[in-house]
Structure formats: structure tokens, C-alpha cells
Design a protein around this ligand. Structure first.
Ligand code: SF4
Ligand code: SF4
Length: 92
């Protein structure tokens, strides 16, 4: 199972929750701040499994998770648009 994440770094507050929860050490905190003054999370390796834990725990809901189970890449968790209510739904 191969996964990939995309972090909206400009909206990241650098809380580090995604770093702690990732079982593959795929996320680290950047040494460079974003335009709102936070040090955002960034991708550290290619070991992501697409488990979705980082996206679920992120209080800002700004991590998109992509997973490839069968040769087709599917979006597992979509990031929230600015101002949008966060809704988590399971996809089959
Ligand atoms: S989806 Fe899972 S493995 Fe991939 S970066 Fe997020 S927590 Fe880590
Ligand atoms: S959990 Fe979300 S807000 Fe916190 S560091 Fe990770 S991406 Fe940024």
C-alpha cells in the first residue's frame, strides 16, 4: 500500500501533532517559517502508507492523503477549504 500526502503549509500552525502520530516518520517540522510565522510540517520521506492518521488528527484539516491500493490513486482524505466545516466520511 503506497500513500502520499500533500500539506497546505501556508495554513499549517506547526503544532506537530501529525509528526507525532505518523508511524513512518514521514513528517517533520520545517526549519523555515511560512508567511504567517509558523514553522510548518513538511514531508520527510517516501514511506507514507496512506493510513490517514495525520490528516485525521490535524486540527487545521489541511493534509490531503492519497493512496494507491490497486494501481489507481484515490483521494482518501481531502483537506478542508478555508472557513469550511470539517466533515470526516469514510470512502469505500
Ligand atoms: S498518511 Fe499515515 S503514513 Fe502517511 S504521512 Fe500520514 S500518518 Fe504518516
Ligand atoms: S497537525 Fe496540521 S497544523 Fe499541526 S503541524 Fe501537522 S499539518 Fe500543521
Amino acid at each position: 500500500m503506497a500513500g502520499k500526502i500533500i500539506i497546505d503549509t501556508e495554513r499549517c500552525k506547526g503544532c506537530g501533532l501529525c509528526v507525532v502520530v505518523c508511524p513512518k516518520n514521514t513528517i517533520v517540522i520545517s526549519e523555515t517559517s511560512n508567511s504567517i510565522g509558523y514553522f510548518p510540517a513538511k514531508v520527510n520521506n517516501n514511506d507514507c502508507t496512506g493510513c490517514g492518521a495525520c490528516a485525521i488528527i490535524c486540527p487545521e484539516a489541511i493534509i490531503e492523503v492519497l493512496r494507491d491500493d490497486s494501481g489507481n490513486v484515490e483521494i482518501l482524505i481531502e483537506p478542508r477549504e478555508e472557513g469550511e466545516q470539517r466533515i470526516i466520511e469514510e470512502k469505500e
